[in-house]
Design a protein around this ligand. Structure first.
Ligand code: ADP
Ligand code: MG
Length: 293
């Protein structure tokens, strides 16, 4: 709905699939030397699939999928959608959770079939004194070493399983990052996900600087910190959790495939969600500025 509220800054921008909020935006691109990129949904497709379920000794896989799937069905997170979809396929109809709550950047919690269930980062489970048994700890490390995101499932005081999901890097991301580098910009990968997963994605697309395990509310502080170091920061993101960082950045770029919150907070929208257009946008505004001068 929001793109209609945006001004199309230049005809050429519109042709390239870039919506520009106002002419003053072009000016902000002049000094930009750093591009902070959100991982999920920006560098990667953000469409995950469940690839593995590892249960703790004595746990039933169907039960794990039923409880975790029911809870995740109530969340819009890409991980949640992957879990809910796979659970519905394998165990059929899922119950409706009670007392559902989204714990931003950590996971979800709620009551399913009378059990108090948690799905999310091991840190979320640890807050409830649910620590991973050794077999799950190993499965988690193996998944992360392979560049995959793994979340833990626990209920009634005990961690019960690890769910491994896989996301894929967009086919255009590596080229986009090479183009941003060619423009003299330093790319930085920013994510709430685990360090090992972040490193693996970064290596795949040619990024060296990685800032991982950042809670949604802290993404804006990362941008502020880089600015305090004297860097002029462009931020590219898609999620509700990227909105504050997009607004704080010297130049905010939202994926048109992302949330309304991100699009509203950004200066520019990349309509098709193709990261290569971020390089086009910076090239276009530099050229436009040169013509104005
Ligand atoms: P990103 O910064 O990559 O977009 P988020 O900040 O949305 O990631 O989430 C960070 C981490 O929190 C995820 O990698 C996952 O481990 C956990 N998490 C968040 N929401 C959920 C959920 N609904 N189900 C399971 N895990 C979740
Ligand atoms: Mg995201």
């Amino acid at each position: 709905a929001t793109p209609t509220a945006l001004l199309v800054g230049t005809g050429r921008g519109a042709q390239l699939g870039i919506l520009i909020k106002g002419p003053e935006v072009l000016e902000s691109t002049r000094a930009v030397d750093t591009v902070v990129l959100d991982k999920t949904g920006t560098v990667t497709e953000g469409r995950m699939t469940l690839v593995q379920v590892v249960t703790a000794d004595g746990q039933d896989e169907a039960q794990v999928l039923r409880l975790a799937g029911a809870l995740e069905h109530a969340s819009e997170h890409p991980i949640a959608q992957a879990v809910a979809r796979a659970a519905a396929e394998r165990v059929g109809d899922l119950p409706t959770p009670e007392d559902f709550a989204n714990v931003e950047g950590l996971g979800v919690q709620g009551v399913v079939d009378g059990h108090a269930v948690l799905v999310g980062r091991p840190r979320l489970l640890a807050e409830w004194s649910q620590h991973l048994p050794i077999e799950l700890e190993r499965a988690l490390e193996a998944a992360q070493a392979a560049g995959r995101t793994a979340v833990a499932v626990g209920w009634d005081g005990q961690a019960r399983a690890i769910l491994v999901v896989a996301d894929t890097v967009k086919p255009t991301s590596a080229q986009a990052i090479a183009e941003l580098r060619a423009l003299g910009l330093t790319p930085v990968l920013l994510t709430g996900d685990n360090e090992a997963v972040a490193r693996s994605v970064a290596a795949e697309v040619g990024i060296e600087e990685v800032i991982a395990e950042v809670l949604p509310a802290d993404k804006v502080d990362v941008v502020k910190r880089l600015q305090a170091e004297g860097r002029s920061v462009a931020m590219v993101g898609d999620g509700v959790n990227d909105a504050a960082a997009l607004a704080q950045a010297d130049l905010g770029l939202a994926m048109g495939t992302g949330t309304d919150a991100a699009i509203e907070a950004a200066d520019l929208t990349l309509v098709r969600g193709d990261l290569r257009v971020a390089a086009d946008a910076i090239r276009l505004s530099r050229r436009t500025l040169r013509t104005i001068k």
